[in-house]
Structures are given as C-alpha cells and as structure tokens.
Design a protein around this ligand. Structure first.
Ligand SMILES: [Zn+2]
Length: 202
C-alpha cells in the first residue's frame, strides 16, 4: 500500500451533509454521468446501530482491510449523507455474501453487471430496531424518484434481491436490508419496471 493512500484512509473524513433536494439532484446527475444502472440498498446489520459512515468505513478498511468500502453513500437517521466512495467506482457491498467478481476459471457467470461499477451502493443507519427513520424513508424515496427521472431504466432493489450465481436460490445469501425493498417501492408508487426484484427473475 502506498503511504499516501494509507494516510488518506486513516485521516480523511468522508464528506457529510444534509441530503437536501439540491444534493439529491446533484447525486442523480452524477450517477447518470457515471453510467449507474443499479441501486442495491443495504442496512448496517446491527439493530439501533447509532453509528456513522465514518465509523463503518474505518471498520471495513482498517479492521477488515478492504480496499474500498462496501457502500458509496451512507444515510444517517437524521438525513445526513456521507460520501464513502466515489460513485462509479467499485465498492464491496455485496462481496461478503457470495461470489462477486467474474473469474476466467469460474464456471459461474458473473454478477459483475449488477453489483460492480454500474451499481450505486447505499447503506442506511438502523435506528428503530433494524428499521430506518421516517426522515431516511422520505429522503430515500425522493432520491429514488429523482434517479428514475434522470435514469429511466435504473433498477432499485435490496441487497438480498441481487443475484449470486453460487446460491441455490440465485440471490445473495443475506437478510440485508431486512425488508422487501420491492414491496416498499411498489407501495410508494414506484413502477415495477424500476424494481430489481420484479424485473430480474433467476
Ligand atoms: Zn448489504
């Protein structure tokens, strides 16, 4: 590891700000520019986590030694978003739960298309048990609607709804993010054609 990237990893804090409408439009435009086609949603995986993206990214990179964090964006319970990795770069959000990357010698097809650089991995802080706050829910739906406006064919889903060719059920072997994102989106009036689970059938 180069000393510069090591120091950056140790000391640079993720950029954090309230997810305003302006910020939402800017993120959606950037996602469009970077060729984003998929949005896997994650949770922290600990009830009442009361943590931060900064703590999460430290854990992933310094303790676990990951090259990149699991998520591009981390949404705190109060609506503060933290930028953990640049959009359009590889994050490791689905890596813990099955085969992620294409290998030449693998007999399994790749799921790189769905969880690689075309994916925008977002994680929310759990605040009431494993659930998100009403602020997080409102802001995420607003972000999703703006993303759909900018990228009409984007597919949004929960981590567990994304494919893993090694598992018997062809889905990632995880509970994350703890609820059916597809049902939630449909209830919120988002078209089935933007729900990953409805479109992608193994
Ligand atoms: Zn996840």
């Amino acid at each position: 590891m180069k000393i510069n990237s090591f120091l950056r990893r140790m000391f640079v804090k993720p950029k954090a700000y309230f997810l305003t409408h302006e910020a939402i439009v800017r993120i959606a435009k950037e996602a469009k520019g970077k060729g984003i086609r998929y949005l896997p949603l994650h949770y922290v995986g600990v009830a009442n986590a009361d943590t931060s993206g900064e703590a999460i990214t430290r854990y992933h990179k310094n303790t676990l030694g990951w090259k990149a964090d699991g998520y591009h964006l981390f949404l705190n319970h109060d609506g503060i978003i933290e930028e953990l990795e640049p959009i359009g770069t590889r994050a490791n959000g689905c890596r813990a739960s099955g085969r992620s990357w294409w290998n030449r010698w693998s007999k399994f097809p790749s799921n790189e298309e769905y969880i690689g650089i075309k994916a925008l991995h977002i994680c929310f802080e759990t605040i009431v048990g494993y659930k998100m706050s009403s602020t997080q829910e409102r802001l995420l739906l607003e972000l999703f609607r703006e993303l759909i406006r900018q990228i009409p064919n984007i597919l949004i889903g929960g981590h567990r709804e994304f494919p893993d060719y090694e598992n018997w059920n062809k889905r990632q072997n995880t509970l994350c993010p703890g609820f059916s994102v597809s049902d939630w989106l449909k209830d919120a009036g988002i078209l089935k054609s933007n729900c990953f689970y409805e479109v992608w059938k193994p």
